[in-house]
Design a protein. Structure first.
Length: 363
């Protein structure tokens, strides 16, 4: 009788650990289906390490590198984490292993808004795509959310996911482009012709930049150019910001969603298709392999240089985020009791070893 596959088993091309090691970065991917944030790092140039951390319906991941903070959207909240390299060095469970330790610092209780993409803005505040209410929102302590932009075709604020607004690209620390599945103004109108009606919109001008798109996600500006993932066709496209003309950069062979950059490389998430889904099942014939994982693309040559494929646990990926200059990062869930044992203050950090003792580590 065959043995069950261990959780989070994956295979990867030999270039992946070598590339992560040489770039000095790690991958953070969110999977709402598995309820995890998974951090993938290179142990050395030959092997990878994974840290699957439990977070209910993990979605968008944002980073403020200046403050060394992460923000992650969950089912009904957004939590902000801050890195302490000192706590990482003396982590009681594995001292001397990690070079970053993201500790929970604050949680915003937004309610179940189906938040997708999240970003820090130029002022260090949080903005997010509120898919349920079809708007870009500000995350703060005053309200569950504060709308700051709504597509012009949406005539009122209602919890109806009218156009499936999902992706947000920032420019100069401000929201610039969004992706949506259509320009509908009724409850879940986007489900009718899901592969034909997607749009990219300019937040500054309220104009449609490109339309007729196949389930667009994960818009990103790279060196002044706009890139978007066409999830339903498995393609990375470059869109002319003036004319809306689209150019296929690479065909990636799966349902693509979640994208991040490190140097000349793009790290792109690939999800399995829910074959029994009334909405997504029709896409199954597009991708006969139907695997979940990460594809690494060398952007200047548009060539695939590596891939990670999951054999267990991970089927749907929402976001992919590269943690630059973090070779072996860790993250602590606020529901994990050990988070209260790590204490930081200006100039010092402490790990409480037991109820009576603490160990002091000067910065």
């Amino acid at each position: 009788m065959p043995q069950p596959i261990p959780p989070f088993t994956c295979t990867y091309s030999p270039q992946v650990p070598e590339l992560l090691y040489d770039l000095g970065c790690s991958i953070a991917l969110s999977t709402y289906q598995a309820g995890k944030l998974v951090i993938i790092s290179a142990k050395d140039r030959q092997s990878l390490s994974q840290l699957p951390r439990s977070f209910e319906k993990a979605m968008g991941v944002a980073e403020d590198p200046h403050q060394d903070k992460l923000a992650i959207a969950f089912r009904d909240s957004v939590t902000v984490f801050r890195n302490s390299s000192q706590l990482a060095e003396f982590y009681p469970k594995s001292p001397g292993v990690y070079d970053a330790m993201y500790m929970p610092r604050s949680t915003y209780h937004t309610g179940p808004l189906d938040i997708h993409d999240v970003h820090f803005d130029a002022d260090g505040g949080l903005v997010a795509v509120n898919t349920l209410f079809s708007c870009i929102m500000r995350v703060d302590e005053a309200y569950n959310f504060t709308p700051i932009w709504t597509p012009p075709f949406i005539d009122k604020m209602a919890p109806e996911d009218r156009c499936h607004l999902n992706g947000l690209a920032m420019e100069n620390g401000k929201p610039r482009y969004v992706t949506a599945f259509n320009q509908g103004n009724s409850e879940r109108s986007w489900r009718e012709r899901i592969t034909e009606t997607g749009v990219v919109m300019d937040v500054e001008t309220n104009e449609v930049v490109s339309e007729g798109l196949a389930m667009p996600h994960s818009p990103m500006i790279v060196d002044g150019e706009l890139y978007v993932l066409m999830s339903a066709t498995g393609e990375l496209v470059r869109i002319d910001r003036s004319t809306g003309k689209r150019e296929v950069v690479a065909a990636l062979g799966g349902f693509v969603r979640g994208m991040s950059r490190c140097g000349d490389y793009l790290f792109i998430g690939v999800s399995k298709i829910r074959e029994k889904s009334k909405t997504f099942g029709k896409l199954a014939h597009q991708f006969p392999q139907n695997e979940a994982g990460i594809v690494i693309l060398h952007l200047p040559t548009a060539s695939k240089v590596g891939a990670i494929q999951y054999r267990a646990s991970v089927e749907e990926i929402y976001d992919v985020h590269i943690l630059n200059n973090k070779r072996r990062p860790n993250i602590i869930n606020p529901k994990d009791a050990i988070h209260s044992d790590g204490i930081t203050l200006p100039g010092s950090t402490y790990w409480r070893q037991n109820k009576k003792d603490s160990v002091n580590h000067e910065s």
